[in-house]
Design a protein around this ligand. Structure first.
Ligand code: NAD
Length: 360
């Protein structure tokens, strides 16, 4: 099969890490008989320098016309770069908001995988970690309290602020479907997280999730209150497969989930919408402090490319193959500087990409 991938290298370490991910995809192409055609799209600081805006209409149109989008990272050194003297809507990160909106992405997937080889980076105790854990947070991205009506008023001399948290059943249904689809490609277990003992939106959330669950009889589903979930993630993260939740709870829980893995250079992510077109990117930023030095860990981006194969192209064996190659390289003791530990072999960005590609 042929796949058209819009590639957004972006700023800082973005071009270096995306290059390695494409190298690994090309190796998959050779092994499994696929062709990945890349179209480079400008976004972020590089786009500001070239066009005056962080994402042009043409760049967005190219991304929309592709089968999927692979992104490095955007942004510069916030204290130093001239990009941050521009108004907020013209800064590099505005490109991210514009592309997510333009592509209609409402679902964020954040896997929290602790590779047993990197246990040392995990802040949890050994008896909790066991052989490592592997779950994914599915977060609703475009509804809830971040997008509800808000106001700040003064009533009888007292300042008062109100935020509202609206969700309609369609918004809940479409994100729940993604969670069940993801579960079908993983361990077939969904924990839906809410605050149904207090919030009406959460009670509706529970009802709709139950309705969607009937379409997926193979998937085991349960509910969990968000305060309990925050606790369970550090008490016993191994229990989770897919964690489904609304926007604000997901914002908090996905950061907690990242933290328990301990290695920012290893964390992939995906944003999805109504169609198969997704935006795949590492969870970290553009790391301007190490840009251009062949020091960046490309694994988060390589694992994001594996997610693209799994969720946008339904290439499950190929995605597994990339993840196995990453594990093999870690088993053999190769490390970039951010995950380096005693007795291991230090390699650069390019060498790490080469090693993973060779093991495909
Ligand atoms: P960051 O994630 O870029 O860096 C934090 C620290 O982690 C730095 O010390 C960096 O060197 C290190 N690091 C990050 N990724 C690494 C990797 N792959 N390998 C090795 N080390 C890595 O966060 P920051 O410093 O807060 O932000 C830098 C810039 O990135 C800012 O302009 C910010 O706005 C932008 N940003 C972009 C995105 C995105 O494009 N999605 C996300 C977050 C931050």
């Amino acid at each position: 099969m042929n796949y058209n991938v819009a590639v957004i290298p972006g700023d800082g370490i973005g071009p270096e890490i995306v290059r390695e991910a494409c190298k690994v995809l090309d190796k998959i192409g050779v092994k499994y008989g696929h062709e990945f055609k890349y179209t480079e799209v400008l976004m972020g600081g590089v786009s500001i320098d070239a066009t005056g805006v962080p994402l042009t209409e043409e760049a967005l149109a190219t991304a929309k016309a592709s089968d999927s989008v692979l992104l490095g990272a955007v942004g510069g050194n916030v204290g130093q770069s001239n990009w941050y003297k521009l108004p907020p809507n013209l800064r590099p990160e505005a490109g991210l908001l514009a592309i997510r909106k333009g592509l209609g992405l409402f679902c964020n997937l954040r896997p929290a995988v602790l590779f047993s080889q990197l246990k040392g980076a995990c802040p949890l105790k050994d008896e909790i970690i066991g052989d490592g854990f592997d779950f994914v947070v599915v977060r609703e991205l475009t509804g809830g309290v971040y997008f509800g009506e808000r106001k700040t008023v003064t009533e009888n001399g007292i300042r008062k602020a109100v935020d509202t948290m609206p969700y309609d059943e369609n918004e809940i249904r479409r994100i729940a479907r993604w969670a069940f689809e993801v579960a079908m490609k993983r361990g077939k277990r969904v924990v839906s997280v809410d605050k149904a003992n207090v919030l009406d939106t959460s009670r509706l959330w529970r009802q709709v999730v139950k309705e969607v669950a009937r379409e997926y009889p193979e998937v085991e589903v349960s509910d969990m209150l968000v305060d309990n979930c925050a606790m369970q993630m550090v008490r016993d993260p191994k229990q989770f497969d897919v964690v489904l939740t609304e926007n604000m709870f997901g914002d908090i829980l996905s950061d907690e989930a990242s933290m328990v893995t301990g290695s920012i250079g290893m964390l992939a992510s995906a944003s999805l919408g109504e169609t198969k077109l997704g935006l795949y990117e590492p969870s970290h930023g553009s790391a301007p402090d190490i840009a251009g030095q062949n020091k960046a860990n490309p694994i988060a981006t390589i694992l994001s490319a594996a997610m693209m194969l799994r969720y946008s192209f339904d290439l499950l064996d190929e995605a597994d193959r990339i993840e196995a190659a990453v594990k093999q390289v870690l088993d053999e003791g190769y490390r970039t500087v951010d995950i380096m530990s005693e007795g291991c072999t230090l390699v650069g960005t390019k060498e790490m990409g080469d090693l993973i590609a060779e093991r495909i």
